[in-house]
Structures are given as C-alpha cells and as structure tokens.
Write a protein that binds this ligand. Structure first.
Ligand SMILES: Nc1ncnc2c1ncn2[C@@H]1O[C@H](COP(=O)(O)OP(=O)(O)OP(=O)(O)O)[C@@H](O)[C@H]1O
Ligand SMILES: [Mg+2]
Length: 116
C-alpha cells in the first residue's frame, strides 16, 4: 500500500514559484493497477518522483507500507519520463549495433528501413 496524504510541492527556480501539487490524496493498494491521467503540467511526474523518493514533498507525506521512506525507495521500480533509453534502444531503424564490435554502424538498408 502506498498512501499519499495532503502532498503538495512547490518548485522555486530563478525567483519563480510553481505550485506543482496541492493537497493531493491517493491510496494505492498492493497489486492495484493505476493510471494517472491529466494535462501536461498538472503534476503527474512530480507526484511519481515524490512517491519513489527522488525528492521529498514540500508538504504532506508519502507512506510506503505504512512507513515514511527517506531517500530513494528501492522497493519501487521506476522509469522516469525522459532520457532513460539506451541509445541502442532507439527506435530509429536505420541504426544498429554491430554484434562483433558493439560499435555503432550505419545500416546499408537505412533508406528502406526508414520507409517501414
Ligand atoms: N524541476 C522543476 N523546476 C521548476 N518547475 C518544475 C520542475 N519540474 C516540474 N516543474 C513544473 O511543475 C509543474 C508540474 O510538472 P510535471 O512535470 O509534474 O507535470 P506533468 O503532469 O508530468 O506534465 P507532462 O504531462 O508534460 O509530463 C509544471 O508547471 C512544470 O513546469
Ligand atoms: Mg510528466
């Protein structure tokens, strides 16, 4: 169970104050499949980052199995929104890794691959 109680978060950068989350409550039960949907900028990533412990909330608390966690909670698997794919996982089909050298090489069939 992950319990999110009155969680708020404010970012302060370059004199600007952004209220990313305000008084957010959520209970996530074990084995529950949950999707958080909302417009860009509504605070989805901020909430996920707080749940996993990348940074603490400005207010409120997150309990993991009844306990407040300090720092990154390694019991939670998490893939952040951006910049986490290995270059070799690039969906671009005109690149491939040479199995023998593990070096980048250009596919000779790049043009046809791009048309797929
Ligand atoms: N590191 C940061 N510094 C300053 N403001 C931030 C930071 N991270 C997020 N914000 C701001 O906090 C608000 C919530 O951002 P967040 O990334 O959580 O939204 P999101 O719902 O995940 O958006 P998206 O759907 O575009 O991924 C936005 O106004 C965003 O500009
Ligand atoms: Mg996001």
């Amino acid at each position: 169970m992950i319990s999110i109680a009155r969680v708020g978060h404010v970012f302060r950068t370059k004199g600007r104050r952004v209220q990313a989350l305000l008084e957010t409550d959520l209970q996530i039960r074990d084995r529950e499949f949950l999707t958080i949907v909302g417009p860009s900028g509504c605070g989805k990533s901020t909430l996920m980052n707080i749940i996993v412990g990348l940074f603490p909330p400005s207010s409120g608390e997150v309990l993991y199995r009844g306990r407040r966690h300090v720092g990154v909670n390694r019991s939670i698997g998490y893939v952040t929104q951006a910049d986490n794919l290995l270059p070799l996982a690039d969906a671009s089909p005109e690149r491939r890794v040479s199995p023998s050298s593990c070096a980048w090489s250009e596919s000779p069939s790049g043009a046809s691959a791009r048309s797929v």
